[in-house]
Design a protein around this ligand. Structure first.
Ligand code: C2E
Ligand code: MG
Ligand code: MG
Length: 760
């Protein structure tokens, strides 16, 4: 009969594919942390009109040996992609599906391209399809496997190792190839005795150390589930949560047993949590930190050692880094680490007590010793490991019990420290060597100085925002990291001080004292506090000591300087060729320019600043050639990707011979105060989310561009950018996430191109 069945299956295989006798069943994978279904596995079934339901065991191997399996797998992959697309189209959020591949798939066809073309055809995000492969597939052609796995990875698919532990080379394959998830063979859980539980525990730990997710197959009982959850195994699959079944039936089934589907946005979140190794003695250590460990003794955070006691000596056979950390910090520690100190002849009281404890351990198997040293509480626990005629060895664990007391003392200190803080505006730690800046305390202003971009950047940002324009240059020099150490050292004291006018919370500049205190090489506290009083006192003293001419005269230079450094005037000036020579801070701010550099020496046309620049040109010419004064002429500037309606005025600048050498102009809003700022932009022409032009705004602008082209042959370029994955982004992560993508893209485009192009 089996022989006949084999032949029958081979004969009717093509027909079974065509007639859809071959079906895809799905089995849920459950996340142990949440008891939600986080993926499905696609498994083939052959529902034959003659023989009824046939299980994979009867046909997978057969198709493999007759080199037909790739046809089945391509068919399953196509069905799975169709199913995912259908779910999306019905408005649901699917969870990923894993498909099984066979070795022959890699040899008979370009399986990667088949998967990838179906995924593209149905417009699916790549992480919706996972690839399962087994270790036996690596036996014959490891290089081919590596190439294909790399291609899957590069394209964004997860590759899982199926049936881990079922073959002879599981560990070798793990060593040589990168996988995302380990599916442990169900043999390990089906025999649920101590040894298999220990193996599962170790495999889970190992997988986490290798940064692999863990999935246990064949989970049939609640007890198995609980055990797996407790050892930190992330996912389970098995009859406990459902056997493989048709998709619709599975969805019903999960609803009935109260197992919801995981939301896509939670995948990454729980995957991150799953990386924590709850069994580890050093769970705070990340996988990366583990990799960087130079020394295995650092792996365990519990202070451990093994002591061997011989009649005339006592010595440590082993101690780990945390143990060493405690004992080298203490006097008694160095005493017990000294082989003789701990011996029977020792007179020091603590080593003596430790020795007594060791002897007690030898007799009773274990012991405990509490003691106080340097006003810290310790406990040593011991256990006899082995003994022979003339020696025995004891495992020691040493804990500092006063660490809790430390915490409460720290808290009191912290409260006291706060009084100190209140005197200062801001305390910042500068680590010059590492180029790191860390705000320790920020008083009056809520904002934080960014620490990630290095000291220079943070200082520049701060200066720009808070320091009075005239003081900025000295300020930057004062905070220059490269020379700071040296300057403080040169001062002969551990600190230097300077005063800068700083914007206060009322929007005015007041004097502040900036102290740089060096407490060890390359480490500096920057401390800022009010200096108004100091400065008043100093000024008083100065004035009485050196009476002189009034220093506060309103010279032209001073007036002009304050005007262009303020926000009140949006001023610009051009040379007689209409090229920008300079502009006030207000002008630059208004048009969103960070410096004059980008427009210096250019005309309006060269900057591409206007849609219709004719009248600007015309008016500038009459100012420069005829000495005309232009007042409040409307114009439109492109800025931030949108047009702004402004009015401008300009007047000629004369030299001492009365020749016009340039012009100075000012901008004002056409509408009332802030009406043309992008965030208050005309809602009819602007998009509420991004502040850029909406469809209508683009249409209007485009017609102007077209006119310019037909009338004057001025070229323009229209660029369309499509976010291909936008639909799947909103579908998976919600509209707010899609909005974020659009806003970020819009902001980037208007930052890059918004000064000479419209962005919609
Ligand atoms: P697999 O990939 O390891 O699939 C898991 C197998 O374990 C499935 O058997 C599933 O029904 C079974 N199983 C799941 N939970 C439990 C449980 O709690 N207890 C027990 N005793 N069994 C459980 P199935 O569907 O018979 O598939 C057998 C194997 O056939 C699969 O092993 C896979 O290697 C292969 N296979 C199935 N479908 C395909 C396919 O479309 N393509 C390829 N290449 N191989 C497939
Ligand atoms: Mg599988
Ligand atoms: Mg399996």
């Amino acid at each position: 009969m089996p022989k006949d069945l084999d032949q029958y299956l081979l004969d009717t295989f093509e027909e079974a594919l065509r007639g859809h006798y071959i079906q895809v069943y799905y089995q849920p994978v459950i996340r142990t942390l949440t008891r939600r279904a986080c993926s499905f596995e696609a498994l083939a079934r052959w529902d034959d009109p003659v023989h009824g339901m046939i299980q994979p065991d009867s046909f997978i191997g057969l198709l493999e040996s007759h080199r037909l399996i790739h046809k089945l797998d391509s068919y399953v992959i196509l069905k799975v992609c169709k199913r995912l697309r259908q779910t999306i189209d019905e408005g649901f959020c699917p969870i990923p599906v894993s498909v099984n591949l066979s070795r022959e798939d890699f040899e008979m066809c370009d399986i990667f391209s088949i998967v990838d073309s179906h995924v593209s055809e149905f417009r699916l995000p790549h992480h919706f399809l996972h690839i399962e492969i087994t270790e036996s597939m690596f036996a014959d052609n490891p290089e081919l496997m590596r190439t294909v796995i790399d291609r899957f990875h590069a394209a964004g698919y997860q590759v899982w190792m199926d049936d881990f532990g079922s073959g002879y080379s599981s560990l070798n394959v793990l060593k040589d190839y990168t996988f995302d998830e380990l599916k442990v063979d169900r043999e390990f859980i089906s025999a649920f005795h101590l040894r298999s539980r220990q193996i599962l525990t170790s495999v889970t730990e190992m997988a986490k150390d290798l940064d692999l997710h863990t999935l246990m197959e064949g989970v049939e009982t609640e007890a198995q589930f609980q055990f797996l959850r407790d050892i930190g195994c992330e996912k389970v699959q098995g009859y406990l949560f459902g056997e493989p079944m048709p998709y619709d039936r599975l969805i019903d089934h999960l609803r009935r047993i109260g197992v919801p589907l995981e939301l896509p946005k939670d995948h990454v979140y729980y995957d991150m949590i799953g990386r924590v190794n709850v069994l580890s003695a050093s769970p705070f250590m990340s996988v990366e930190q583990r990799f960087n460990l130079s020394n295995a003794r650092e792996l365990n955070s519990i202070p451990l050692s093994i002591v061997e006691v011989c009649p005339d000596t006592t010595r440590f056979l082993f101690y780990n880094a945390s143990f060493e950390n405690i004992i080298i910090k203490t006097q008694w520690g160095s005493a017990i680490i000294d082989p003789k100190a701990c011996g029977a002849t020792s007179t020091a009281s603590l080593p003596r007590r430790i020795y007594t404890m060791l002897e007690e351990t030898k007799v009773s198997g274990d012991a405990k010793l509490y003691f106080v040293s340097d006003s810290e509480y310790y406990v040593i626990q011991s256990r006899l490991i082995a003994a022979k005629d003339d020696a025995y060895s004891v495992l020691l664990r040493l804990d500092n019990l006063s660490q809790n007391t430390d915490v409460s003392r720290m808290n009191t200190l912290d409260t006291e420290m706060r009084h100190i803080y209140s005197v200062f505006d801001r305390i910042t730690l500068l680590e010059l060597g590492e180029d790191r800046i860390t705000p320790l305390y920020v008083g009056t202003h809520d904002e934080k100085v960014a620490s990630s971009d290095g000291i220079q950047n943070a200082v520049e940002l701060y200066a720009k925002e808070w320091i009075f324009g005239e003081d900025q240059e000295i300020f930057l020099r004062y905070y220059e990291a490269a020379s700071m150490d040296e300057r403080i050292a040169e001062s002969g004291r551990s600190c230097i001080v300077d005063y800068f006018r700083t914007l206060n919370q009322h929007g005015q500049f007041s004097w502040k004292q900036y102290l740089l205190i060096r407490f060890r090489p390359s480490c500096v506290f920057s401390v800022i506090r009010d200096a108004d009083e100091d400065v008043q006192v100093m000024r008083q003293r100065f004035l009485t000591m050196y009476p002189s001419k009034p220093r506060g005269e309103l010279t032209h230079g001073r007036l002009w300087k304050s005007l262009i450094q303020s926000d009140i005037g949006r001023l610009y000036w051009k040379d007689d060729q209409r090229r920008y020579v300079g502009a006030s801070k207000g002008f630059l701010d208004y048009l969103g320019l960070s410096s004059i550099r980008s427009i210096l020496g250019k005309t309006d046309e060269e900057i591409g600043w206007h849609l219709l620049s004719d009248h600007v040109l015309h008016n500038d010419e009459s100012v420069l050639r005829e000495g005309a004064v232009i007042q409040n002429v409307p114009a439109r500037f492109i800025s931030g990707g949108v047009e702004r309606n402004v009015r401008y005025s300009s007047t000629p600048v004369y030299n001492e011979y009365g020749h016009v050498i340039g012009l100075v102009g000012s901008l004002s809003d056409q509408e009332s105060s802030d009406a043309s700022r992008p965030d208050h932009a005309d809602p009819m022409r602007h998009d509420g989310l991004t502040g850029l032009l909406n469809a209508r705004g683009i249409d209007e602008a485009l017609s102007v561009y077209c006119d310019m082209y037909y009338l004057r042959r001025i070229d323009f370029l229209r660029v369309h950018i499509t976010v291909e994955d936008y639909d799947s982004i909103t579908m998976q992560y919600g509209f707010s996430h899609g909005d974020k993508v659009l806003s970020a893209l819009g902001a980037a485009l208007s930052r890059l191109y918004g000064n000479d192009a419209l962005v919609g």
